[in-house]
Design a binder for this molecule. Structure first.
Ligand code: ADP
Ligand code: MG
Length: 587
């Protein structure tokens, strides 16, 4: 209960939207409930009145026919029904619109928050999980407002109103009806703890098995080739069996405890009848009271009987809300309040150290270097040396824990992320293509570019020829559901994007994909056009492509151990010379 109110408050606060309309809608729905139970009491008052008059000896039916009040009561009843209809209509309208306003801005805030998260965090998160939080979980949170709260308010409000009215008529009968309620609640509560523990374990098992399943599906080709598919299948099968087992346990317990709860509540009816009979005998209880209670009792219990089902639903929703909240709790990249303009486009690392949240060792340790404007700095080194990490920091996928990175003398943290990305182009190894035509995919580099400009960029990036050969040329759909492109083709498209964007700083991660020498030549041609006049940081895997770089940094275990021009490094006779010798032999 408390937790539920907290949850509502959290969502409302996160959405930063005044909940007035929503609360207004809820109040109207409570009014509707009041109007829906009032006719019972109206009838009771009327009958009571009539009975008292019949005490004078007149025939009951006669009194009723001659009673001048029949019109008044009839009209009152009509008014109650009309009011009920009106409030039901308005209440639904207001509470739904209010709920959608609230959850709409909750969604917007969440998306905006995710947009401001470090890209590195998003990269680490599996995209399936993130998508499921952003869609399924948010939908479930939305349902709390559109359905659950209104029904829950009704479930609490109706019995409460009934009880107040009934106590006023006869507190003893009311007490007898509710005597088993604490027992019912206790039964539900006792089962809850057990259920929670079980359900959590089930959830764990689900996550576990879906991870395994993804591995199985993505790796199935390899598994088949190595004749391992069957063993994996058996492993999966065992997990599924375990899930089935614990699901049945959860269902049995949940089902059992709900039945117990309902049974306890319904025992209240029996208590009511017994108590009524006893009171009628000993205390001369009016049959009319008894009748009213018997009629109203079921209507009172009905929402309480349904409440048990809510509880299960509420828990699922609360869990969804917790997952969304966890996403909200991720700190976004600090955004500078007063973004500073860089003075030129020299890049510099000043004593930068960085380690991943998940890692224990430093991925980069005390790295300092300068890349003057318009110059090329190449980064080489063994795998795991920290090359990709260095580019990730430059692209502000993460911020370093120590030291600072500057562009034109301004700390990247003071630039504001959107501004930073205006100055940067990337050509990374894994080129992302989106569902859309070739033209649209390249235009991402510069949304305002005309078709002619996009095609110019493609020609400069040596893409034009293969694009012309696609079934619909520049209009061919590529990406997720489109034409498959080779690694070399994708890379050239991403070079075309970068050319079109024409940013002053270029981050380049050379492909390790093995391409035939001719394609390699074309890619190199495209790259040499792209790097002209820009500040470039390039990760190189083939040393001969960076012989002419202005400076070469050799990174191992997160530290720069050698630096200088190609000639200087060869002369120094260190690791670089060995790597060079090895590569020229294997060429
Ligand atoms: P390179 O690109 O030179 O091969 P990386 O920058 O990818 O090297 O990796 C540097 C170090 O950081 C390695 O020890 C690697 O294991 C670690 N590392 C890289 N990415 C992550 C990550 N996302 N989480 C934790 N550790 C990482
Ligand atoms: Mg790497």
């Amino acid at each position: 209960m408390r937790a539920f109110l907290d949850l509502l408050n959290r969502v409302i606060r996160a959405g930063n939207q005044r909940p007035r309309r929503f609360y207004w809608g809820l109040s109207l729905r409570v009014l509707e409930r009041i109007f829906s139970i009032a006719p019972f009491f109206l009838a009771y008052v009327w009958l009571d009145d009539l009975l008292q008059k019949s005490g004078t000896g007149l025939e009951f039916a006669e009194i009723m026919a001659n009673d001048g009040q029949i019109l008044t009561y009839g009209m009152a009843l009509g008014a109650l029904l009309a009011g009920q209809l009106l409030f039901s209509y308005l209440g639904q309208l207001q509470s739904f619109t209010g709920a959608y306003e609230l959850t709409g801005s909750y969604r917007e805030t969440l998306i905006d928050h995710v947009r401001r998260l470090p890209l590195g965090t998003l990269q680490q998160e599996s995209s399936g999980r993130l998508a499921s939080v952003l869609t399924d979980d948010v939908n479930r949170v939305e349902k709390i407002f559109t359905h659950l709260t209104a029904e829950w308010v009704a479930a609490v409000a109706v019995p409460l109103l009934f009880v107040i009215a009934l106590v006023w008529i006869d507190w003893r009968l009311t007490l007898s009806l509710l005597v088993t309620l604490p027992l019912a609640v206790a039964a539900l509560n006792a089962a809850r703890r057990f259920f929670l523990a079980r359900a959590d374990r089930k959830q764990e098992q689900f996550l576990d098995v879906s991870g395994l399943l993804v591995e199985f599906i993505t790796g199935i080709r390899t598994l088949r080739l190595f004749n391992r598919a069957k063993i994996w299948w058996e492993r999966l099968d065992r997990r599924f069996e375990a899930i089935r087992h614990s699901s049945m346990g959860v269902e049995a317990w949940a089902g059992g405890s709900v039945q117990l709860y309902r049974l306890c509540l319904e025992l209240g009816l029996v208590a009511l009848l017994l108590c009524g009979a006893w009171l009628a005998k000993s205390d001369g209880l009016a049959p009319l009271h008894w009748l009213l209670f018997a009629m109203v009792a079921y209507k009172l219990l009905d929402p309480l009987l349904d409440a048990a089902a809510f509880l299960t639903e509420m828990r699922a929703m609360a869990r969804s809300e917790a997952r969304v909240q966890a996403l909200f709790d991720r700190p976004p990249l600090p955004e500078s309040s007063a973004p500073t303009e860089p003075d030129g486009f020299e890049l510099a690392f000043e004593g930068v150290s960085f380690r991943y949240d998940t890692g224990t060792a430093w991925a980069l340790r005390d790295v300092s270097f300068r890349a003057p404007q318009g110059r090329i700095v190449a980064v080489v080194g063994p795998s795991g040396g920290g090359k990709s990490t260095l580019l990730n920091l430059l692209a502000r996928f993460f911020d370093p824990q120590e030291g600072r990175i500057t562009l034109g003398g301004v700390d990247l943290r003071d630039l504001g992320p959107d501004q930073l990305y205006d100055y940067l182009s990337f050509v990374f190894q894994d080129v992302q293509l989106f569902d859309g035509s070739v033209l649209e995919n390249v235009r991402i580099g510069c949304p305002e570019a005309t078709d002619a400009e996009v095609m110019d960029a493609c020609r400069a990036a040596w893409c034009d020829e293969f694009i012309q050969r696609l079934p619909q040329g520049y209009e061919t759909l590529i990406g997720e559901n489109g034409q498959r492109l080779s690694g070399g083709q994708r890379q050239r498209l991403s070079i075309a994007r970068a050319l079109l964007k024409d940013a002053p700083v270029l981050l380049l991660d050379e492909s390790t994909a093995s391409v035939d020498p001719e394609t390699q030549h074309e890619i190199q041609g495209a790259i040499s056009r792209l790097i002209k006049g820009r500040t470039v940081i390039v990760i190189a895997h083939r040393l001969h492509t960076i012989q002419h770089a202005d400076q070469i940094l050799l990174l191992t275990q997160g530290r720069i151990i050698e630096r200088g021009s190609h000639a200087e490094l060869l002369g120094a006779g260190g690791l670089y010379r060995d790597m060079w010798a090895l590569q020229t032999i294997t060429q």
